[in-house]
Design a protein around this ligand. Sequence first.
Ligand code: KG4
Ligand code: ZN
Length: 340
Amino acid sequence: MLILGIETSCDETAAAVVRDGEEILSSVVSSQVEVHRDYGGVVPELASRQHIQNICPVVEAALGKAGVTLPQIDGFSATYGPGLIGSLLVGLSYAKALAYALERPMVAINHVEAHIHAVFLEHRGTEFPALAMVVSGGHTSLFYLQAQFSYQLLGSTRDDAAGEAYDKVAKLLRLGYPGGPVIDRLSPRGNPKAVVLPVAKISDGSLDFSFSGLKTAVLRWVERSNLLEEEDSEAKQQQIYDLVASFQRTLIKSLMGKITKALRLHPAKSLLVGGGVACNQALRKEFHSRCQKMGLKVYFPSLELSTDNAAMVASLGYYKLNRGEAAPLDLDADASLRLA
Ligand code: KG4
Ligand code: ZN
């Protein structure tokens, strides 16, 4: 069974063809990074316009790379939330139109669930119960999975998402966009213990996250040390490396702290991590080492399947269609769609 997946929830226009939910025949991602770079973040209106321009060539490229034609596709799968409403509408409407014209079923996918599913796409036999963490530019959530497709939300961010914190810190330090990959690359040059930054404590004991305090602490530190006002110097450069390394260490510590706390309440056999921030090298290393000590298996998707892509959408669509979960063609996009 061939599924064409379409993903346009944020700033990547993506299409993929996946056979029987497992075999990725093609996965095409058109990035809009250049369009948003000057603004240091995604501009929703520009993102939707860009999706409209990209959607036809991206779908055609996915079909071409897979060596299949539209009539051979058995079903269409598209992200319908959460995300930017204008962006979501482009991919969802396109998938609906194809499904209608070709008289094939359409399935609507939750983007956060797709990020978790990306782990299953590459790792068979993950053990349950499991904890799943989605850390991206738009989401930071922790789930408990009794079994595959069964989600209990344990906590989510109360302010910025983890990736958003990376992007905002990089923006205030004028390091470029997107901030995550830049800080990932620069951090090994700094001392992660050089700057003491606060780990947000949520007083009601919940498993929610908060990163805006950390971002503000970085800003205050920059202001106090006149970091951006002084002349360029080697010493100043080193201070920036130390600061981003410390920021990254604090953020990872805060994520790991929530996982440890969640495990006490919800014992699990494995930890699944998805979303763009799951590409982070320091995070992968720290999670592997901490989980090994706790006897917890940890699974990450490959880098290509950690960031936004349509293969995860097509694969999840296959399982949903097989479970009879086709979507009606009058289904609307839902910018704040929840999982669980
Ligand atoms: O999953 P994703 O592609 O899109 C959303 O669903 O938001 O995630 C994008 C986010 C951006 O904030 C980006 O800075 C962050 O993931 N990111 C990283 C890394 N690569 C991407 N953050 C930290 N380290 C990375 N290597
Ligand atoms: Zn995403």
